[in-house]
Write a protein that binds this ligand. Structure first.
Ligand SMILES: *Cc1c(COP(=O)(O)O)cnc(C)c1O
Length: 388
């Protein structure tokens, strides 16, 4: 048996995906044509949102979402430490200050009790955040009903970072319908559930927020007469009415996304099947399996096991040496050098730090075979045995 490398995640590209991309290359529009609006409408419909705004990455979409919510200097954005740096960097792009809310020690998403306590203290200190960004880690929705109840009592806006969770459900309804948030952001990076190479998309039920994100995405330029400060000079006319960026998605990316979206349900079904299989196969090993909140039905972007901190590095190394592409999601953002330089320090968010000391993401993607999954399980068992 050849021991080929098994990555922790990878894209699934078919001949149909390739054909969809090639077809666009043979049309007149490589950008600003029909594919992007079609992709936006399809994603919005799939997740039950009124509006979808596609961008060149989830990072851009998070920035545009913060801009649409008027986040700026003097404001605060809070997210969790256990996330990719983009979830908090979006606040810094707007000139806001960033702080963190620790994760729940079982679900690894934003702790409702920590949020509640921190909001109470912030109100007393006059430092309430304008925006919070809960993250649906691994594809499991944060406890959005409780988070929104607590946050909205203080007038705080909510952006869901759903980069891991297109196709996931929360209380039986799709993540992305924004019933407990203002805006939801998805990522289509190749390791995520569906891909557009690079790409992201923001959904919202609010037409005004959607329009603000469209302006942020394309230089703050409008061609709509009713958005202009004075009447157009002529049919060539456009006006820049706000400061925007070039965050547009291409037609090629949107065509790939549309093609991928037709397989979203089968991707998520296979990920759920593999996760259930891991739950069974790993049940007797000395690892902590991922706990699921009863309100959620995860899209299983990641499958994370926890091993005792004193064996963590050895188990990680043994798996890598055996050709198993394990990874660690995530290093707590507040411990990154850039954030330490702002004054953050180790010890501030104990649950996120304890998780970091023990977490290992093991391979999970729609194209993972049962046989390869069995090999991951066997290697993990071996690594745990020899490090005992
Ligand atoms: C991948 C990811 C992002 C950034 O997505 P890009 O599309 O790569 O910009 C943001 N937040 C989380 C939680 C992610 O996993």
């Amino acid at each position: 048996m050849t021991n080929t490398f098994i990555p922790y995640g990878r894209q699934d590209i078919t001949d149909e995906d390739v054909a969809a991309v090639v077809e666009v290359l043979q049309t007149d529009f490589l950008t600003q044509g029909p594919q992007v609006p079609a992709f936006e409408a399809a994603v919005a419909e799939r997740v039950g949102a009124a509006h979808g705004v596609a961008m060149n990455s989830a990072t851009s979409a998070l920035h545009a979402a913060c801009m649409a919510l008027d986040l700026g200097p003097g404001d605060w954005l809070w997210t969790v430490p256990t996330t990719f740096v983009a979830s908090s960097n979006c606040g810094l792009y707007c000139g806001a200050q960033v702080d963190f809310v620790d994760i729940d020690h079982e679900t690894y998403t934003m702790s409702v009790s920590a949020l509640s306590a921190k909001l109470e203290a912030a109100q007393a200190a006059g430092t309430l955040p304008k925006v919070i960004v809960p993250v649906h880690l691994c594809g499991q929705s944060a406890d959005m009903e409780a988070i929104s109840r607590v946050a909205r009592a203080y007038g705080v806006k909510i952006i869901e970072d759903a980069s891991h969770s297109i196709g996931a459900d929360h209380q039986g309804l799709p993540v992305g319908d924004c019933r407990y948030s203002d805006i939801t952001v998805f990522s289509f990076h190749p390791v995520k559930i569906i891909t557009t190479c690079e790409g992201g998309l923001a959904t919202t039920q609010d037409a005004g927020l959607a329009r603000k994100m469209e302006l942020a995405r394309s230089h703050g330029i409008t061609r709509e007469a009713d958005e202009m400060t004075h009447a157009p000079d002529g049919p060539w006319y456009y006006q820049q009415v706000t400061l925007g960026y070039n965050y547009r998605m291409t037609e090629i990316q949107a065509a790939l996304g549309l093609s991928q979206l037709t397989r979203l349900d089968s991707f998520v079904a296979r990920r759920r099947e593999l996760a259930a299989r891991y739950n069974q196969l790993l049940a007797d090993l000395p690892v902590t399996l991922p706990a699921q909140h009863p309100d959620t039905n995860s899209s299983w972007h990641l499958y994370v096991v926890r091993v005792a901190a004193d064996r963590h590095a050895a188990v990680f190394d043994a798996l890598r040496a055996a050709g198993i592409g394990v990874n660690l999601h995530y290093i707590p953002v507040h411990t990154q050098p850039y954030y330490r330089a702002m004054g953050f320090a180790e010890g501030q968010f104990p649950n996120a730090e304890a998780y970091y000391a023990e977490a290992i993401s093991i391979p999970l993607y729609a194209g993972l075979s049962d046989a390869d999954q069995d090999r991951v399980v066997a290697e993990l068992a071996k690594a745990l045995a020899v490090t005992q």
